[in-house]
Design a protein around this ligand. Structure first.
Ligand code: THG
Length: 266
């Protein structure tokens, strides 16, 4: 089944930023409960937007969310020191978001990850920047999977983020990532593919129809997870329906449950 990483606890969102600044625990708890009820499999926690406050904001968020979380957390920071602190605060094995091939980050994250019980999001980013072609995404994935396996991580614990780029800048940005995902799934059937989707529609109007159509195509290529807003009922309905059509929903149980609960509507 497709795994939804709920993206809402992120201080780049104005209301969350205000709630964190005010230490408004009730707001954060309610948001997490809503994401869980909507079907989030993980709750992403990102405290990066209040410059100079990431460490204490992350700590407060984890203290607040920990007691009410029924699903594992996805600890989201580019800073290995923050991830290490956060890892020590959770009671269920988390997803760590993220490692990349950027040298400083890679070299600090690898010894930290060794022997840890966790899932890891691995970004196809290196010191030269974003990937420039499908072959580039695949080559970076091979490097990441090989290196992570060398410290004992199972392929099933690795979630590759191919890094979606705006199609408004270059019309190949859709097929580039779709082709890469197909190749990765072919080479590593147990590795997961995840990531944010909304970059695809950056710079264009009516972004949500682009994002919903793109997730459907990505799922056919092999994407089996995404970082999205689970309270966006339309994208959730599209994901549940596509998952069923791709053969990942035995007896259409999950689809039927979604319809009965009112979450899936035409
Ligand atoms: N890959 C990985 N991790 C990620 C991303 C990714 N983490 C962060 C981000 N991208 C995904 N998370 C979010 C969270 C919230 C929003 C978008 C992505 C969001 N943005 C509103 C906007 O841009 O309009 C903010 C508006 C507001 O509420 O103020 O809601 O790609 N591995």
């Amino acid at each position: 089944m497709f795994q939804v990483i709920g993206e809402r606890i992120n201080t780049s969102r104005k209301k969350v930023q205000a709630a964190v600044a005010d230490r408004n625990a009730a707001y954060i708890e309610e948001d997490v409960k809503k994401q869980q009820a909507a079907g989030a499999d993980f709750i992403d926690v990102n405290a990066g937007a209040r410059i100079g406050h990431e460490k204490e904001d992350m700590k407060w968020l984890l203290d607040t969310i920990g007691p009410i979380a029924t699903v594992p957390l996805c600890l989201d920071s580019p800073d290995p020191a923050i991830l290490e602190m956060a890892y020590g605060m959770v009671d269920k094995p988390p997803m760590i978001n993220s490692i990349s091939l950027e040298k400083d980050r890679f070299d600090t994250m690898m010894p930290f990850l060794k022997g840890k019980e966790c899932k890891i999001i691995a970004l196809c980013m290196d010191d030269s920047g974003m990937p420039a072609s499908a072959d580039d995404i695949v080559a970076r994935t091979v490097e990441l999977v090989t290196r992570l396996e060398s410290i004992g991580m199972k392929q099933d614990a690795v979630y590759i983020d191919p890094l979606v780029q705006p199609i408004s800048t270059d019309s190949v940005k859709g097929t580039m990532v779709l082709d890469a995902v197909r190749q990765i799934k072919n080479q590593y059937p147990d590795v997961h593919i995840t990531g944010g989707l909304s970059n695809i529609s950056y710079g264009l109007p009516e972004r949500k129809i682009i994002n919903r159509t793109f997730v459907t195509l990505m799922m056919d290529a092999g994407m089996d997870s995404a970082i999205i807003d689970p309270l966006d009922a339309k994208i959730m309905a599209v994901i549940r329906t596509a998952d069923m059509l791709l053969g990942n929903d035995n007896f259409c149980m999950s689809y039927l449950k979604g319809v009965r609960s009112g979450m899936i509507k035409s």
